[in-house]
Design a protein around this ligand. Structure first.
Ligand SMILES: [Fe+2]
Length: 199
């Protein structure tokens, strides 16, 4: 069960619209390494996780990623509100505008709609946690790329830096999680969950 708290995890108050920037930040809403995929990955993987501490970790991080999805949506919305057509013409946002006007839609920066094929949930402890480690680094990298393009609007970059830092914290927590999982498994079985050993 989820209980909704009506505030953002970190405040988003953007003064100046910037549709060009919104057209790249949307990738962290519904892109290949964005927050929608992150939240669904962890909140789906948790059901089959056999260790209670790690099930709780997936629930915690998955829930936080939903909060990040909300923040990224707020950023995209605030960058694209009160626009005139002349603000959009000739920018990369024009293609998005034709399809979605100024609604927040889960898609890659390249325009491809969000797809569950960007994430995995296998029930294999090591496979899932290893994917989670990679996912956090790819999300961190995407935020790095956004910062390279965002340049100098602190209203935007402060929020993106906060989100980037959380990806690093999640990577560290998943690193601890994989060590704990290995301790719980048969150390002599280098595959950890080779089906030949499963009863
Ligand atoms: Fe994350």
């Amino acid at each position: 069960m989820f209980v909704y708290e009506k505030k953002l995890q970190y405040p988003v108050r953007i003064q100046n619209p910037d549709p060009k920037l919104a057209s790249v930040i949307i990738s962290q809403y519904g892109g290949p390494d964005g927050e929608l995929g992150a939240s669904l990955r962890y909140l789906s993987q948790r059901f089959a996780m056999p260790y209670p501490e790690l099930k709780a970790l997936l629930t915690d991080i998955g829930t936080e990623e939903l909060g990040h999805l909300e923040m990224v949506g707020a950023v995209v919305h605030q960058l694209t509100r009160n626009l005139k057509v002349s603000d959009i013409e000739g920018t990369p946002f024009a293609a998005y505008f034709v399809d979605h006007t100024a609604g927040v839609y889960p898609q890659f920066a390249s325009g491809y709609p969000w797809s569950a094929s960007t994430m995995q949930s296998t029930g294999d402890v090591i496979a899932d946690l290893t994917e989670d480690l990679a996912a956090e680094q790819k999300a961190r990298l995407t935020y790095d790329n956004i910062l390279r393009l965002a340049k100098d609007d602190p209203d935007v970059t402060d929020v993106i830096r906060f989100l980037r830092e959380r990806e690093i914290v999640h990577f560290q927590r998943f690193g601890e999680a994989i060590e704990l999982a290995k301790q719980r498994m048969d150390q002599k079985n280098i595959y950890f969950t080779n089906p030949a050993f499963d009863k």
